[in-house]
Design a protein around this ligand. Structure first.
Ligand SMILES: *Cc1c(COP(=O)(O)O)cnc(C)c1O
Length: 411
């Protein structure tokens, strides 16, 4: 495809204006790469850890070592990392069911949790937390997008919740992601108000965006998907939960069966892509962040509202662009698909998706189906018609894709 000269100039100008942010992103990638390398070295990862296993998976050293490496990278006591975890929603549901008991209360202090958790928390007669008599309430973020500290502290004192839930990334809401420092401040206040309350962070899209993870600053559990940041674009499926040893043991018991925990569970295809993906993840995330910064600059300069605002640093890998126009939103997503290495010949349309209430359009021409560390765009079809763009295994791909979107939108 030949591109219009004016569009090439828009992209090159945006690139030049982004160089300062790119150098900050590179600094963080270096710190995280060192962290990951140190964890591989400390655990003496070897080729034998990559082999597949079958059946029960007793003494599966690939699995056990992978869990150790993840725990070390995240500064956590322990971790469950498994291809048996279907996706991020499964990982979050698993962690909540592992820790919460009938009669317990948990509160979200980052507003309504991610869409796919709605039914997990309050579905009726489907085995939801509510069916198991777990009480839930949520506290909206303040207007500036930060955790409402006073409300949080008074509700923790009053309700003595078993668990406080914090979603790091924006999900499908119009706010910036919380920084690890924001989460650390809240965790401190929550623990002061009630030391027994556990803090769990939905870490999806947040891994390696900063030099630290929430587990290093007061979170008892962090949870994420391996087809997002932490899988580095290589992991073909799976999820992880990292945190305090006793809690991880409950999680493992819930993943397989109580008392069996992480002693069982095989992986026929082997663990190579999980290790390789984690090793690549710091740089892959840096590429995704640069892609986000570039799109933010391009569309910000064209007059669209984007979050984070053009030129501002990112706390997650998501770039939201407000189109205020259903047709433009759909065209944008279709252009991302058209510029994908896989399935470039198909045209995504808004569709009903399991776990979502609105129709959703998803552009994900990815090597790993639905992977959103790869360049992808997805949006619930509802006003103000916001595109949520994320990923980009290589920055160069995002740059080319940006040209496709400009051509398709005819700007
Ligand atoms: C992706 C995501 C999830 C889980 O979604 P899956 O599609 O099930 O992996 C949960 N929370 C946030 C913030 C997410 O970005």
């Amino acid at each position: 495809m030949e591109f219009l000269q004016k569009n090439i100039e828009i992209v090159e100008n945006a690139h030049k204006k982004s160089l300062k942010l790119f150098s900050q992103i590179d600094k963080i990638a270096l710190i995280n790469q060192k962290k990951v390398l140190d964890a591989f070295r400390k655990n003496a990862v070897q080729a034998r850890h990559f082999y597949g296993t079958t059946g029960y998976g007793y003494d599966d050293i690939g699995r056990d070592t992978l869990c150790r490496v993840f725990a070390d990278v995240f500064g956590a006591e322990d971790a469950v990392v498994s291809p048996l975890i279907a996706n991020g929603t499964h990982a979050l549901s698993l962690a909540l069911f592992a820790v919460l008991r009938p009669g317990d209360t948990f509160i979200s202090v980052s507003g309504k949790p991610y869409d796919t958790l709605d039914e997990v928390i309050s579905g009726e007669n489907i085995g939801s937390l509510r069916d198991f008599k777990v009480n839930f309430s949520s506290i909206e973020l303040e207007k500036n997008g930060k955790i409402a500290a006073d409300k949080t502290v008074s509700s923790v004192k009053k309700l003595k919740p078993k668990l406080v839930f914090i979603q790091r990334s924006r999900g499908y809401s119009q706010r910036d992601a919380l920084s690890v420092a924001d989460i650390a401040r809240a965790a401190d206040k929550i623990k002061n108000a009630n030391p027994e309350t556990l803090i769990m962070v939905d870490n999806c899209y947040g891994e390696f965006v900063e030099a630290h993870e929430p587990t290093e600053f007061g979170a008892d559990l962090i949870v994420g998907s391996l087809i997002k940041n932490a899988g580095g674009g290589f992991a073909p499926t799976g999820g992880y939960i990292a945190g305090k040893k006793d809690l991880i043991s409950l999680v493992a018991g819930r993943l397989t069966a109580p008392s069996l925990g992480n002693e069982v569970g095989s992986c026929v295809s082997g663990y190579l892509p999980y290790y390789q993906g984690l090793f690549m993840a710091p740089v892959t995330v840096a590429n995704a962040l640069k892609s986000s910064v570039l799109f933010g600059r391009i569309y910000g300069d064209l007059g669209y509202k984007t979050l984070p605002a053009a030129g501002k640093p990112c706390n997650d890998i998501i770039r939201s662009i407000v189109f205020n126009d259903k047709d433009k939103l759909i065209k944008f997503c279709q252009a991302i698909q058209q510029a994908s290495p896989i399935d470039s010949n198909v045209t995504p349309e808004p569709w009903d998706m399991p776990g979502y209430n609105d129709k959703v359009i998803m552009a994900a021409g990815a090597f790993v189906q639905g992977s959103s560390i790869e360049l992808s765009a997805d949006s619930p079809i509802r006003p103000p018609y916001i595109a949520y763009l994320q990923g980009g295994l290589t920055y160069e791909h995002a740059k080319i894709a940006a040209l496709y979107t400009l051509e398709k939108l005819n700007v």
